[in-house]
Design a protein around this ligand. Structure first.
Ligand code: DGJ
Length: 732
């Protein structure tokens, strides 16, 4: 049991192994936050509450006398909130924006009972965390019959808390939601930094850390996709919190469309966190009896710094988010033809790329963009999921037969959500593309987005994609998404409901994923979006790994993979060794460096393998074999970020088996220095008293020595060099 209700004080304690989350129902029936942090006893915490309000405080009707009593305050603005609402004296960011037919925007959502479910339901039509005992707190406005259910789940091992809200219209008239956030969470002071993951194409998920201040710090997307510009995540880190020390609270939203997460510094010293679906360009009509489910947000508390927070997210996402049918299995090691050929290939070329890696251990050939419709470049063909037999004379059949005869699986690229103007699909159904009847559409990469809010559009996509998957022996799909929405408008939808578009797109996308993923249980799915522009937990629910970035340069990848690891496990990051000079940066790095960095994820190769020398082929065979030896650490181990490339000349990832018997440290030096510093590189996460054999040094050291003294890294001469060390516990 993880959820306890203390009747007398009406306090809920959500307990993980090391963590407690507590709130209570106060005198006015308001869900008031008490605590989230390191595990505590089930004590009465009401003595920690703030007392007294200031001049100008808006007192809850009927509570004036209470407010005058010493030690009590009776304003919604002063209560630490589990769900903030507008119109009755709370001036902080409300979680809900409501309007009824009278024009009233006021609701007062107070306790109306609760229940504890043995298993967590998913939000309707949306992905979410799988399983776990769940508290449902019923809140209701007694005047309007508008209601809200708050869902809470806590996972024992990690102590992460999953939250969401469901808004319900229990009245007999339609109401409008102008905002429908998933949660509110309050901390009793503001002494935090806000950490976020901003970026751009080929520079995804950098790390930005700024001081928390009065007013609102907001991260968001208005792109109908979670975006490369800002990942749906923020963290509040104590000023002194570092990689492995200090308190950190992380907030990760399971959502793929426009979103917002906000941290607000208020009342001269509290921090309120809220967010969910982006409320700009959003409104939703709730008919009588209808409910509106919001996406889940995952809260991770750590007293072990950012590293501890990341490990909690990693474990929680591996154990409860990613499809269990893939999560505990080794990942395909792929050869992908994109950077090797771009659109310029025929069947022979593809077969020769596959043949060139025979015997290297690479086990899957992935045919990227350009195999379908009239697709010789990016101006045409999207939407026509029919093989281009001009390019592939024997259709897919011959290429797949060749790949399979080499003992490899075959994978195929799709971009199911898109259409080119020059395509049979667009010619037949121009209204399937998102756009306004009286306005030219913005093109992006010569393509338009399909209107996934419409069922008939989704049906067409599902039929054509599933047909290809069912007619061919395809065991891997790369699902790409290469533009963002413009002119968002859905033909045929009620004008009053057009601002439902961005969320309806998310629901349509999830439906598409469900129907394609579930109809193809033997296919392994990889997500992609112009690189990593839709790298979010909702996509991970369907696709166990995502192409991390179009930037395959090892130097750039140290930053991208470091930032991505803040929230996402290495097993979810698709990382490829590509050719040099690198196609994105023009930089040349060694084959070893490229492999050492790409092997810190779900690895693969992406280059023209027909140009390999015999030595390179041997090298790749060795690299793949080495990867397989350490794959369990990459896929299921604990990550310690030992060197930060955003702040130094070095990058360091230490991967440690859960039983701490095996570990690996990959170090990278950006620029070589003559007569350089005397830096020692510390290991992390080992058992202090255990002896570890380090094969690269042919020496054995105590874990405490490796973690406190460190190792001198023998980087090769030249820039962009890597060194890896392995640690094997002796007699442990
Ligand atoms: C963008 C992806 O990120 C690339 O890997 C590749 O699949 C191209 N799209 C193909 O158009």
């Amino acid at each position: 049991m993880a959820i306890f209700f203390q009747e007398e004080q009406k306090t809920f304690y959500l307990e993980g192994k090391d963590v407690t989350y507590a709130f209570f129902i106060n005198e006015v029936g308001y869900a008031e936050h008490l605590y989230y942090g390191k595990k505590i006893g089930r004590d009465d915490l009401t003595c920690i509450r703030k007392s007294g309000g200031g001049s100008g405080t808006s007192i809850i009707p009927g509570r004036m006398e209470m407010w005058l009593q010493p030690g009590f305050y009776a304003s919604y603005h002063d209560f630490p909130s589990e769900l903030s609402f507008f119109g009755t004296g709370d001036y902080r960011e409300p979680a809900v924006g409501y309007q009824d037919k009278t024009g009233s925007r006021v609701v007062e959502l107070l306790y109306d009972g609760h229940e504890i479910l043995a298993e967590k339901p998913l939000p309707a039509g949306m992905p979410g965390m799988r399983g776990g005992e769940t508290l449902v707190l019923h809140l209701k406005d007694s005047i309007t019959a508008f209601a809200c259910d708050l869902y809470y789940t806590i996972y024992e091992e990690t102590g992460v808390v999953v939250r969401r809200a469901v808004y319900r219209n229990l009245s007999t008239d339609a109401v409008r939601l102008n905002r429908a956030y998933s949660f509110t969470f309050t901390l009793p002071d503001m002494d935090y930094d806000v950490l976020s993951l901003p970026g751009a194409w080929a520079r995804e998920r950098a790390i930005e850390r700024i001081p928390m201040h009065h007013g609102v710090v907001s991260v968001d997307s208005k792109r109908t996709s979670s975006s490369a510009t800002m990942n749906p995540f923020l963290a509040l880190a104590r000023k002194n919190a570092g990689e492995e020390t200090g308190d950190v609270y992380g907030f990760s939203l399971i959502y793929s469309s426009s979103y917002v997460l906000k941290a607000e510094g208020v009342n001269g010293g509290t921090t309120l966190v809220t967010g969910g679906i982006q409320d700009f360009d959003f409104s939703w009509t709730l008919e009588p009896g209808e409910g509106f489910d919001t996406p889940e947000v995952v809260l991770a508390y750590s007293d072990r710094g950012l590293g501890g927070m990341s490990r909690s997210f990693h474990d929680a996402y591996r154990d409860h988010l990613i499809n269990p049918r893939y999560v505990k299995k080794p990942r395909p090691v792929v050869i992908n033809n994109w950077e090797g050929t771009y659109f310029n290939f025929d069947a022979e070329k593809l077969m020769s790329i596959a043949k060139a890696v025979e015997g290297t251990g690479i086990d899957t050939f992935v045919l990227d963009d350009g195999w379908f419709g009239k697709r010789d470049d990016d101006t045409s063909g999207l939407g026509d999921w029919v093989v281009n037999t001009k390019k592939l004379k024997g259709g897919l059949t011959d290429v797949i037969a060749c790949v399979n005869s080499l003992g490899m699986k075959f994978g195929l690229w799709f971009e199911p959500e898109m259409v080119n103007e020059d395509s049979d699909l667009f010619r037949a159904h121009p209204d399937y593309a998102i756009g306004l009847p009286n306005r030219a559409r913005c093109r992006s990469r010569y393509q338009y987005m399909l209107d996934l809010t419409r069922k008939e559009v989704r049906d067409t996509i599902v039929d054509s994609v599933n047909r290809v998957l069912h007619e061919n022996n395809i065991e891997y799909v790369k699902w790409d998404y290469n533009r963002n929405v413009t002119e968002s408008f859905s033909f045929g939808r009620d004008p009053q409901r057009q601002a439902e578009f961005a969320h309806r797109y998310a629901l349509g996308l999830y439906d598409l994923c469900e129907r394609i993923v579930n109809a193809n249980p033997n296919v392994f799915f990889e997500g992609c979006s112009s690189g990593g522009a839709r790298f979010d937990p909702a996509m991970l629910y369907y696709f166990p790994q995502i192409w991390t970035s179009d930037n395959t340069d090892a130097e750039a990848r140290t930053l991208i993979q470091y930032g991505t690891s803040m929230v996402y496990p290495l097993s979810t990051m698709s990382c490829h060794v590509s050719a040099v000079p690198n196609h994105q940066t023009g930089r040349t790095t060694s084959m070893e460096t490229r492999a050492d960095i790409a092997h810190l994820g779900a690895t693969g190769y992406e280059l023209d393998t027909t140009k390999f020398t015999t030595e390179e082929k041997v090298k790749i065979r060795e690299q793949v074999a080495q990867y397989h030896q350490m794959e369990d650490l990459v896929l299921y181990g604990d990550l310690y970020r030992t060197e930060n490339p955003f702040e130094s000349n070095y990058f360091g990832f230490m991967l440690v088996a859960k039983d701490q018997k095996k570990a690996m440290l990959t170090l990278y030096q950006r620029v070589t220095k003559c007569n350089g510093d005397l830096k020692l590189f510390k290991a992390a996460g080992l058992l202090p008293d255990t002896d570890y054999f380090v094969p690269e040094l042919n020496r054995t050291f105590k874990g405490s020595t490796l973690m406190n003294v460190g190792l001198r890294a023998a980087f090769a001469r030249g820039d962009f060099a890597t060194v890896t060390y392995h640690f094997v516990a002796q007699n442990a």
